[in-house]
Design a protein around this ligand. Structure first.
Ligand SMILES: O=P(O)(O)OC[C@H]1O[C@H](OP(=O)(O)OP(=O)(O)O)[C@H](O)[C@@H]1O
Ligand SMILES: O=C(O)c1cc(=O)[nH]c(=O)[nH]1
Ligand SMILES: [Mg+2]
Length: 194
């Protein structure tokens, strides 16, 4: 599956959106891949994650566990794990920090794949890898359905993605006029509070 095949799954689900979006990093962008619209379809999710699992296995061999950052990573993490034949768990925000909760355990010596949905700056992936390390786990590969960094993301270990895009993003005080002219949506969960 190449970048165009992945984009077609997003287009088919109405998930390739244009407008004005505040990303998880706080940067602003005119393009947003609303992955939840894709993950509502088991067939689309299966095609994407089966391909991601194959690419992960080709890159680092067999794994023991997938760990994903909530919320966006949970469904692709689970489905990728299904194709790798391993369990899937997730980390989630508590007081702003990604943590392992819900009595999830990381077995000693487990070879772990960190599975993300989208990488924009890599911040969430790095936070997830750090949370796994704090819980005693060893991440041997980072993976994402879509890499928005144009291949510039380096987590310090093999990084596998199905689609590589280079989508501009801007600090709030450097918006191009076409973005400044429309109100911004903040679709992610990083800034959600109870
Ligand atoms: O590489 P980054 O700059 O960190 O951006 C990518 C992250 O942003 C989204 O998560 P978000 O925090 O918006 O919440 P969600 O998972 O609930 O969508 C997405 O799921 C990635 O985790
Ligand atoms: O950077 C993000 O927050 C982000 C970008 C994107 O295209 N899709 C998404 O769900 N999050
Ligand atoms: Mg996320």
């Amino acid at each position: 599956m190449n970048t165009e095949d992945v984009l077609n799954e997003f287009r088919g689900a109405g998930a390739l959106r244009e407008g004005h979006f505040i990303l998880s990093s706080g940067l602003h962008s005119g393009v947003f891949l609303q992955k939840n619209l894709v993950f509502q379809y088991p067939d689309r999710t299966e095609r994407l994650c089966k391909a991601l699992a194959a690419k992960i296995r080709d890159t680092v061999g067999e794994l023991d566990l997938c760990v994903s950052p909530a919320v966006g990573g949970i469904i692709p993490g689970y489905e990728t794990a299904r194709h790798l034949g391993v369990p899937s768990i997730y980390v989630e925000r508590e007081g702003g920090e990604l943590k392992l909760r819900r009595a999830f355990q990381i077995p000693a010596g487990a070879r772990i794949a960190m599975v993300e949905d989208i990488v924009s700056t890599g911040l969430s992936s790095k936070e997830c890898i750090e949370a796994i390390r704090k819980a005693g786990g060893e991440v041997v590969v980072a993976a994402a359905i879509v890499d928005r960094t144009g291949g510039r993301y380096d987590p310090g270990m093999p990084f596998v993605s199905l689609a590589q895009l280079d989508i501009p993003a801007y600090p709030a005080d450097q918006l191009p006029p076409e973005l400044a002219a429309i109100p911004a949506e903040d679709p992610g969960s990083r800034r959600l509070h109870a």
